[in-house]
Design a protein around this ligand. Structure first.
Ligand SMILES: [Zn+2]
Length: 101
């Protein structure tokens, strides 16, 4: 999976816009927070804990990690590193794809 051509963080709209070679997709910040792939969040989801994600949660910073990006959220959570493949999948129509990680 190639890195996106461009990433724009629309903080006001709460959307991360990713421009891939096959088109441009946006993912809401709340969805990204709910799909955090860090071990802590994955363990919580697997054990059936349903975390309430605030609709107004925002991505504060996007840090490049080579194979993906680390997202720093306004609720202080910053453990999730989102590989490009995962981000590409998240921008598609099917939720809960974290199970494939
Ligand atoms: Zn997490």
């Amino acid at each position: 999976m190639n890195a996106p051509v461009a990433i724009r963080n629309l903080r006001g709209a709460g959307q991360l816009v990713l421009q891939w070679e096959d088109g441009e997709h946006s993912i809401s910040h709340a969805r990204l927070r709910g799909a955090c792939p860090c071990s802590q969040c994955r363990a919580a989801r697997i054990s059936g804990v349903i975390a309430v994600v605030a609709a107004d949660v925002r991505v504060e910073r996007v840090e490049s990690q080579g194979y993906g990006v680390q997202l720093v959220f306004s609720d202080g959570h910053e453990r999730g590193i989102y590989p490009w493949t995962y981000l590409h999948t998240l921008s598609g129509p099917t939720p809960l794809l974290w199970e494939r990680l």
